[in-house]
Design a protein. Structure first.
Length: 367
């Protein structure tokens, strides 16, 4: 009795195509399973919308694949359509979720850090604690702990913060704060990003500030001081004046600050899951943007250079040998240069780094 002939052996190249295809489908499926929870957290309508789009695009997709690859035409159109729909569902879902995962991983593996540098000229010691206006709770708690220790060790504490002055408050609000309240803007961004506002934690030192006001110094300039420096540069610095006049020109496209405020309010008003995703993306975006070296800006002559010179003058005139300051990290290099201009003996003795943005820690348990 004759045996039924076995199917022809599959060629070597076909075996590799099948293996590669299996691996690709496996990877797409695994990535899709990771993407689905993220899309549901945004809104249950998002996965449904992606599925509808995948089904619609599957018709021309299946037709195109069958036109390009002769092997695909040996199978029915329905099977080609199913594969195209699945592939599109996987790819579209992955593409939508990928930015969220990218920003989450960026914040984790490329954390934003600030320096804590010790400066000295041999007679006076200045500890420069780099700061951010919004950051994670552990960062601010560690800063407050270090401040309390510094106070116990006899340091005088310098605080950054442009002082209000009726003469310059409106100019400051219109020119540098976008017509709003900077503190309120920081608090709004912090709430969306799952971060804290630095001034909320400095209130922990309120009792010592009241009892020993001489140890707590508002070392910054006033809004009126900055306005006068701005006006001086407008008269004496042609490059500065040209840059400011260019910025003052009306821009098309509406008010960007109000648009940002609207976006933040929208994110804050979503479901808890949506707010959590928004916070993850916001922390990653801040970490990525703030680590980039920004191009020189003429306004830095007022915001950084002028304030650094005033701070260096205050340090030079202060009779206290120990000063601990909390200032934005961007001030460090300029401050050191201004101090060295007064006395070349000034140098950095040591530097350590602290992480400013981290995922909020929610610890729960059962009794």
């Amino acid at each position: 009795m004759s045996e039924v002939a076995a199917p022809a052996a599959i060629g070597g190249s076909m075996k590799w195509k099948l293996r590669v295809s299996a691996v690709v489908w496996f990877l797409l499926g695994a990535a899709f399973l990771l993407a689905v929870p993220v899309l549901f957290d945004v809104s249950p309508l998002v996965p449904l919308g992606v599925a509808v789009v995948a089904l619609i695009l599957a018709f021309p997709g299946a037709w195109l694949v069958r036109r390009l690859f002769a092997g695909q035409r040996r199978q029915g159109f329905v099977w080609s359509f199913v594969k195209a729909a699945l592939a599109l569902l996987f790819v579209l879902s992955i593409a939508l979720a990928a930015p969220i995962y990218f920003l989450a991983l960026y914040a984790e593996f490329r954390p934003l850090t600030v320096p804590r540098a010790t400066l000295s000229d041999g007679k006076k010691t200045v500890v420069f604690q780099g700061m951010m206006h919004i950051g994670s709770e552990p960062f601010y708690k560690s800063v407050v702990y270090d401040l309390e220790k510094a106070l116990a060790d006899g340091y005088v504490v310098y605080y950054e913060g442009v002082r209000g002055d009726p003469e310059g408050d409106k100019w400051f609000s219109d020119t540098l704060a976008g017509g709003g309240d900077l503190s309120a803007n920081y608090q709004l961004i912090g709430g969306v990003c799952g971060l804290k506002f630095q001034l909320d934690y400095f209130q922990l030192l309120a009792a010592d500030m009241k009892e020993h006001p001489e140890r707590h110094v508002s070392a910054d300039v006033s809004t009126a001081d900055m306005m006068r420096e701005y006006e001086r540069l407008m008269k004496e610095d042609p490059a500065f004046a040209a840059a400011m006049q260019s910025k003052a020109a009306p821009a098309s496209g509406g008010d960007g600050s109000s648009g940002m405020a609207g976006l933040l309010s929208f994110l804050k008003g979503g479901t808890p899951e949506f707010q959590r995703l928004g916070g993850t993306m916001c922390r990653g975006f801040l970490s990525m943007v703030l680590q980039r070296k920004s191009a020189p800006d003429e306004m830095d002559k007022v915001v950084l250079d002028y304030r650094n010179r005033a701070l260096a003058d205050r340090i030079a005139e202060d009779t206290h040998p120990l000063i601990y300051m909390t200032y934005g990290a961007e001030h460090l290099n300029g401050l050191l240069a201004d101090l060295k201009a007064k006395d070349p003996a000034w140098e950095i003795k040591s530097v350590s780094w602290q992480r400013t943005i981290d995922t909020p820690q929610n610890v729960t348990g059962e009794l």
